[in-house]
Design a protein around this ligand. Structure first.
Ligand code: UDP
Length: 444
């Protein structure tokens, strides 16, 4: 396992021997979701942000990126230049609308054909590396990298075996076909990129990955966009609350993300109900914003979570808001007393780092990458398990000591500054260079 941005800090990469040749142009595959989509609803989330940020930072260090994604509207042209050096290519594969993610495997042939056609229109050697994201793209990556005779780098983002081991009650398990598909991709990839050492270990343990071919690169955060108000964490909060129409003198536990069982927004609602049972005086002084849209089934049914809030008798304190762009999201983070992320599984949890970068502490489940994203007891509180009682206790600490939010928020902003996309891109470029040096993919 090669650690490029380890749990201590990204700068460890400088201690490693510098791999040599970097690719000039990368074909980046994101079949099921486009970096142009608004994250926070449906299939668009952290992976979209990851690809968008990474591609732009790679371009800035001289690696051109072409992102291939499935066309889901006729309104966009076949290619869109995001910034110089980053092109989004829309590939026709299946109907624009009404195709569920579960049905996408049926369109992978068409997608691969579209990518191949694009490649055939260029001079040989146009792409010197393929970087696929998520297992659906990994399948396309295996075929294209082999055909082009270039290395394949793959990032899982989530793994079926890990997800299935951490399902929320009533959630649908990932199908066996995905597990088989992921195993094949792991076997074929020249390099795998994991978000954390833990994820690297899971790749080795569950998918038999060769640890020498797994690089650990922490995702980043846009530190220009997500930062505390220039007047400071404490002084900036009233202005952010005023801009969003939120009460000044209230405990504001915030949820941001896709409304799906895996993210466990229901655990937050149960915890808030419990908190109010224990501290009835808080009812007039608490607002719980839930920012994000439905994704998948169950809780995601348009009114699933609203119904639960009403049943718990907290309908009056919970405010549901549709997904917003990053500029406004930064204000939601700055306005909150604490971000709550009770997820059942989380490969990293970008939202946790974004909130901290804005000077907001995080209460997070001790799962996946969250113990890396959050420094327990310093920048937030990690909670083992998903018992609402434990989350209510953590929320109680913020309710009883309003200064805790500012104290931890300041530490959180410092902690978040160790996660930058520039560092992530440089580390990714090092993984690319290694893959090029030790390419396993035979050309055909
Ligand atoms: N997000 C957003 N607007 C919203 C809600 C979420 O832009 O209203 C973004 C958020 O900023 C983050 C991403 O969606 O970058 C979610 O990433 P995370 O890793 O937290 O979760 P994932 O969606 O990958 O499960």
């Amino acid at each position: 396992m090669n650690v490029y941005a380890d749990e201590q800090h990204a700068s460890t990469s400088s201690a490693l021997p510098r791999p040599h040749r970097r690719p000039r142009r990368v074909a980046m595959l994101s079949v099921h979701t486009s970096p142009l989509h608004q994250p926070g609803t449906g299939d668009a989330g952290g992976m979209n942000v990851y690809i968008l940020e990474l591609a732009q930072r790679l371009a800035a260090i001289g690696i051109e990126v072409e992102i291939f994604t499935r066309a889901t509207t006729a309104a966009l042209p076949p290619t869109v230049e995001l910034v110089p050096g980053v092109l989004v290519r829309h590939i026709d594969a299946g109907p624009y609308e009404g195709l569920a993610k579960e049905d996408l495997p049926t369109q992978l042939c068409a997608f691969t054909h579209g990518v191949m056609r694009t490649w055939a229109g260029h001079r040989p050697g146009h792409y010197d590396l393929v970087h696929s994201h998520y297992w659906l793209s990994g399948h396309v990556g295996r075929l294209t990298a082999r055909r082009w005779g270039v290395p394949l780098v793959h990032t899982m983002h989530t793994m079926a075996k890990v997800k299935n081991a951490n399902l929320a009650e009533g959630d649908t398990p990932e199908p066996a076909a995905r597990v088989v598909g992921e195993s094949r991709i792991v076997a074929a990839a020249d390099r795998l990129i994991a978000n954390t050492r833990k994820e690297a270990g899971e790749l080795v343990r569950h998918y038999d990955a060769d640890s020498g071919r797994v690089g650990v690169v922490h995702p980043g955060v846009d530190l220009e966009r997500f930062r505390p108000d220039p007047s400071g964490v404490e002084a900036g909060r009233p202005a952010a609350r005023a801009r969003l129409g939120l009460p000044q003198d209230a405990l504001i536990p915030l949820f941001v993300g896709r409304i799906q069982p895996l993210k466990a927004p229901d655990v937050l609602l149960f915890a808030v109900a419990r908190l109010l049972e224990e501290r009835p005086w808080l009812r007039e002084r608490i607002t719980v914003p839930v920012v994000g849209g439905p994704s998948g089934s169950g809780l995601a049914k348009p009114d699933g979570l609203q119904k639960l809030a009403a049943q718990l008798g907290i309908g009056d304190v919970v405010r549901f808001r549709p997904p917003v762009g990053h500029a406004q999201l930064a204000d939601w983070y700055r306005a909150a007393s604490v971000l709550v992320m009770p997820s059942h599984s989380e490969s990293f949890g970008l939202v946790a780092v974004e909130a901290q970068a804005c000077g907001t502490p995080v209460i997070a489940a001790e799962v996946g990458g969250l113990p890396v994203a959050v420094r327990d007891g310093t920048s937030g509180l990690l909670v083992p398990g998903h018992d609402p009682v434990d989350y209510a206790r953590a929320l109680g600490a913020f309710a009883d000591d309003p200064a805790l939010s500012v104290r931890m928020g300041e530490a959180a902003a410092r902690h978040a500054r160790t996660f930058g996309w520039d560092t992530a891109a440089a580390a990714t470029a090092d993984v690319y260079a290694e893959a090029m040096r030790e390419r396993r993919t035979p050309s055909s």
